[in-house]
Ligand binder design. Structure first.
Ligand SMILES: Cc1ncc(COP(=O)(O)O)c(C=O)c1O
Length: 451
């Protein structure tokens, strides 16, 4: 039997990636982005562009959202990085209201000028105490912290050794600081050692910054932080660890993998974000050197030349740290870990591949981008809100959905999400097979034979 291509999704909606449009050529700086827009629009019109969703209410465990075309749907929400569920916490909201009443909603300027407030100063002290590092600098976002600390400390003659899966803010900070950037295999400590030795054998005059994350958000896995710090000490290098995804929500006391690996106060530089567990915006860099703190304040351009955190952000993040340190914080973390383990087990039972170790991020592998896009198209209709991650954020052919867990997810939420997700994968397969058939025919105009 032969069927026509009419009413079928165009093949280009399944192929290509945002990487294809990163470096554009041509004289017309504005006009040349049309190429991207056209490709994106094909995907959007066929329901295969799952990005830029919005929520119509607080992003709790169940919420109403809209897709990028404005179509509304309700679903179990596994797309929020509110790892302890603090964004709607009554104490957090009370704190925010009181500070707005007192200060208004704005800081006076950059923290290098008059943008500090009693709340931002308190937050700096809170973080230093929590991480057992004497000095903390705040940034308007976690991205600004990662980019800014690297750009401030690393010069063109220095070297950076960085895990190949490090976050975009770290990669971009590295690329803007020096051309001597050496990516190593994911979590491969032996490879870090080889690179350190090779660099030190020929260059004893310049600095080396080794960059990693305490929890990688695409794979939910963790490096040997102690071994990396030992290597840095041995080769006269400096270690930077990004704790965005585990600080506050992992470990008995919420100190993340740095705490679990007995590395509190022992890592050269720790940076993090308030946009996950701490339910706000902003970021920080902490270390033991007062000189580095002062230097970052005036040479860390993303802090120096950007408005400081607003008092309401600083105060709510401080409140979040207070909750994280309290018995309630401990109970929330235990509840979160319980939900994480249940979700992972449920995916496992459904025959779906889950990556990494238990953390608030549960990456579920689908594989081919085309299949993943077809799955993502079905999720809103099935009442599931989850984020698709595809190349270049992860390797080609390794597309996955990141389910981000909150303590407020119930057993029913978990069962429903897994059942519906498994159904989406099953239901997408025949369509995916037809797509592959068409690709194999290598001509989108060819009539497709289904039997
Ligand atoms: C590992 C990592 N570092 C830094 C950031 C940036 O944090 P923010 O959202 O506060 O800019 C993120 C957030 O996506 C992240 O995942």
């Amino acid at each position: 039997m032969a069927i026509s291509n009419q009413n079928m999704d165009p093949l280009e909606a399944f192929t290509g990636s945002v990487r294809d449009y990163r470096e554009l050529k041509g004289v017309d700086l504005l006009g040349r982005v049309d190429e991207f827009y056209r490709w994106q629009d094909v995907r959007r019109r066929h329901g295969l562009w799952p990005y830029s969703k919005s929520t119509e209410e607080a992003p709790r465990a169940v919420c109403v959202a809209k897709d990028d075309s404005g179509v509304s749907f309700q679903g179990v929400n596994f797309a929020s990085q509110d790892y302890l569920g603090l964004s709607s916490d009554p104490e957090m909201k009370e704190t925010a209201k009181a500070v707005i009443e007192e200060y208004g909603v704005h800081s006076a300027g950059s923290s290098a000028l008059a943008g500090n407030t009693k709340y931002s100063l308190k937050l700096e002290r809170t973080i230093s105490e929590f991480l057992q590092l004497d000095h903390t600098v705040l940034y308007p976002t976690g991205w600004a912290a990662g980019y800014g600390v690297i750009k401030a400390l690393v010069g063109p003659d220095d070297h950076i050794i960085m895990d190949g899966l490090a976050h975009a803010c770290l990669q971009e900070g590295a690329g803007s600081a020096t051309s001597n950037v050496h990516l190593h295999g994911h979590l491969n400590t032996a490879s870090v050692r080889r690179r350190l030795k090779r660099i030190r054998d020929r260059d004893r005059n310049n600095g080396i910054l080794v960059i990693t994350e305490s929890l990688f958000s695409m794979d939910s896995d963790t490096p040997d932080i102690a071994a990396l710090q030992d290597l840095c000490d041995e080769f006269g290098a400096t270690l930077l660890v990004d704790v965005a995804h585990d600080l506050g929500c992992i470990g008995e006391d919420g100190r993340g993998f740095i705490g679990l690996q007995n590395m509190l106060g022992k890592v050269d530089i720790v940076m993090g974000s308030f946009s996950k567990t701490f339910a706000s915006n902003g970021g920080f860099v902490a270390c033991n050197s007062p000189a580095v703190r002062q230097y970052l304040k005036y040479y860390g351009s993303t802090a120096t030349f950007s408005n400081a955190l607003s008092p309401v952000q600083a105060a709510t993040v401080t409140k979040a740290f207070e909750i994280v340190r309290s018995d309630r914080g401990g109970a929330l973390r235990r509840q979160l870990m319980d939900r994480i383990c249940r979700l992972r087990a449920a995916f496992d039972n459904a025959g779906l591949e889950v990556l990494g170790d238990p953390s608030a991020i549960v990456p579920v592998v689908v594989g081919d981008e085309a299949l993943a896009r077809l799955v993502s198209r079905r999720l809103p209709g099935l009442g599931v809100v989850a984020n698709l991650v595809e190349f270049p954020a992860v390797a080609k052919g390794n597309a996955r959905f990141r389910f981000q867990v909150m303590p407020t997810h119930t057993d029913q939420h978990i069962q429903l999400a897994v059942e519906r997700f498994a159904r989406a994968v099953r239901d997408a397969r025949p369509e995916y097979d037809r797509y592959r058939f068409r690709m194999a025919a290598n001509d989108p105009q060819v009539m497709v034979r289904t039997a």
